[in-house]
Structures are given as C-alpha cells and as structure tokens.
Write a new protein. Structure first.
Length: 358
C-alpha cells in the first residue's frame, strides 16, 4: 500500500547489503524511517520493542530472523537458540511460532552450503504467501461490505480496533483488506478508528495508513464505540487477531472483547479477519493462551511530537501510581459473527474452521 504516493511493503530483503529492511513503526506517524536488521539480535529487538508489530508481520520478521541467524553462524545449536529467542520475543501471537517452526522444518533437510539461500527463499515465501492470503481476505470480506451497502445505499461505517492494517502484515492487512477492496471498488466507506490505548496503534497507524489511501476515517477514544453503536452509526465491526483457537475464541488487542459485547448488545455484526497462520489448533481452552503483559510505562507515559519536530515522551500519571498493562484479551466465539479467512468466511467454531481447513 502507499505512503506519500509510493508503494511499500512492511519488510523486504536487500540483496546488495544482505540486510532485512523494515519500516520503524515506533516512529510513525510522525517520522517515516526505514531501518536495517543485520543480525538475529536485531530481529528479536525489533519484535520486542514493536518496531515491527502485528501478528503476521512479526511472523515474517521471525522467518527472516532465522535467515539472519544462519548468515551469522551455521552451527545448529546457534540456530536452535535463535529460534527459541525469536519465539519468546512476544508470547501471544501464534504466527511467530508458526513461522519459526516452518523455517526449521524446511531447513532440517538442507545441506549447510545451501542453507542460507533456502532460508532466505522460505522467509520470502512466508511473506509472499501472507500478502496473497491478506488479499484474499479482502476479497472475501468485500462481499459482506457489498451486502450492507446494497441494503443501506449509503456510506458503510466500519469500526476497527488496534492496527490490523497493512502495517501489521506484509501488505493489505487483515481487518483493513476488505475496506481497501471496497474503497477500490467505489463503495463509500468510513472507518471509526479506536485510538487503542496504551500504544495508540489505531490513532498512530490505522488512521495514518487509511489517510495515505484516502479512506475517510475518524479516530475515537476507545470507550466511544458503545454510544456510536447505540446511535446506529456503526454498520459492522472488523478486527484482527493474534491467535484464534480452533473453537473460534479470538485473542486480540486489549479492548476487543468489550467492543464485541457492545456489538452483540446492539445487533451489530462483529467480524474477525485472519490468515490461517493465526489459527492455534493445539490450545483448547482460552485460559491457556499466554497473554503478554508489557511495561506499565506504556500507560504512564505518552509520546508525541513537539513544536521543534522532535518526538518527546512525557509522564501523564501521578508518579506514585501503579499501572497494569495487559496487551490482549479473548473474545468468546459466541460474540463473533464470522471469521473472514483467505479461504472464505465461516462461523467461529471448530466445524466452521474445519470445513475450510481440513
Ligand atoms: O500489540 P500489537 O500492535 O502487535 O497488536 C496487534 C493486534 O492486536 C492486531 O489486531 C493483530 O495482530 C492482528 S494483525 C493483522
């Protein structure tokens, strides 16, 4: 998708310099900076600090992280340790483990003289596949938006939470892909963008990327969705997910659950968009999902740009107050109208998922 009219993807390998390039998402929307990752340590750090974030993109970064590890040292023990560090760098999104496991499986039968080439090829394939999946999610979700538009005959208002846009994936996004496809088709859409405290991925990233594609959007405080739904100003919700269980329970950015409850109370369809790499076929009970707890400084401090165009961080809480920063919550399947996947839209249930992914 576009930034300043130029097409970008969120991650790519630079052959000449033998480095992985990323868009530094910590600095957006105020500064557009492309960073280079040249070691597995750089990849782990980029994931931990959220220079790259969003389930599919951290999966793609971890895949390239394995290639960077191999570039440094082909010793199987080093590669194994690097794989562990990448998987542990953020615990909730299943895409990380999925991508690392796929890389390790592929590389386990390759000779050491070919291993770097194969690793780079497989990492690119993981990223290309995600891009294709996200495009298909868009085409499948587009049909839902079209149906609403055919009935309503005026702008379709869509609420989304966090950033499940192209910046969270390789391209297109998950939740935003149907919106981009609808816009390209000429269907009038408007997006209510949840600010998404504490890190403000909605305001900083979703609104930014929608602006760049000229899609009308309005940032709202996280608690505003309920009243908008009661007033009939939300036609549907679409969110992403970091891990969806095979029973259809959806783990996503903190606050998603409350939006689903409000949508349920107001009879508003609540869709979750995801590629199959986000499905966890192993964990059966949502209580067993590892929920990331991040530094409370993400709550107590806030960053912005000052009059000298410098990014500044300031304390906004009483300095003696404690704060707690759980990064994700789980929305039970019963509140999810449907899962929009690369293979079609299905009900949030084991049978629904199994029909699409045997
Ligand atoms: O903490 P983040 O910014 O990595 O969280 C991102 C989300 O919660 C997204 O909704 C999710 O990863 C889906 S991305 C297509």
């Amino acid at each position: 998708m576009k930034i300043n009219g130029v097409e970008y993807k969120t991650i790519w390998f630079n052959e000449e310099k033998q480095v992985v390039k990323i868009i530094d998402q910590i600095k957006l929307p105020h500064k557009f900076i492309i960073k280079e990752l040249s070691s597995v340590k750089d990849a782990v750090n980029a994931i931990k600090t959220m220079e790259v974030r969003g389930a599919p993109l951290i999966g793609g970064t971890a895949a390239y992280g394995i290639a960077l590890a191999i570039k440094e040292n082909k010793d199987p023990e080093f590669i194994k340790k690097s794989a562990e560090e990448l998987i542990q760098s953020r615990p909730t999104a299943i895409n990380l483990k999925w991508a690392v496991d796929r890389m390790i499986k592929k590389l386990s039968v390759i000779n050491s003289d070919q291993i770097l080439d194969v690793a780079l090829k497989e990492a690119k394939e993981i990223c290309d596949e995600d891009e294709k999946f996200c495009e298909n999610i868009g085409l499948n979700g587009l049909k839902i938006i079209e149906e609403i538009y055919d009935k309503k005959k005026s702008t379709v208002n869509i609420l989304t939470h966090c950033n499940a846009g192209w910046l969270a994936t390789i391209n297109w996004g998950t939740a935003t892909s149907p919106i981009y496809h609808a816009h390209k088709k000429g269907i009038p859409v408007h997006v209510w963008v949840d600010e998404t405290r504490p890190r403000n991925q909605g305001a900083n990233l979703t609104s930014y990327e929608l602006n760049e594609e000229e899609i009308p959007n309005t940032i709202i405080a996280d608690n505003t969705g309920g009243i908008l739904m009661q007033r009939g100003e939300v036609d549907m919700c679409i969110v992403g997910t970091d891990r969806t269980l095979s029973n259809g329970d959806v783990c996503n950015k903190i606050g998603t659950y409350l939006k689903a409850l409000a949508a349920h109370d107001n009879n508003i369809p609540f869709y979750v968009a995801l590629p199959s790499s986000t499905i966890d076929w192993d964990i059966k009970d949502a209580k067993d999902i590892p929920i990331e707890e991040r530094n409370s400084e993400e709550l107590s401090h806030i960053e912005g740009i000052d009059e000298n165009n410098q990014i500044k961080k300031v304390l906004i809480y009483p300095n003696k107050s404690k704060a707690m920063n759980l990064a994700f919550d789980v929305t039970p399947a019963k509140y999810v109208t449907g899962l929009i996947t690369e293979r079609g839209v299905t009900e949030a249930s084991f049978d629904g998922l199994k029909k699409l992914f045997k």
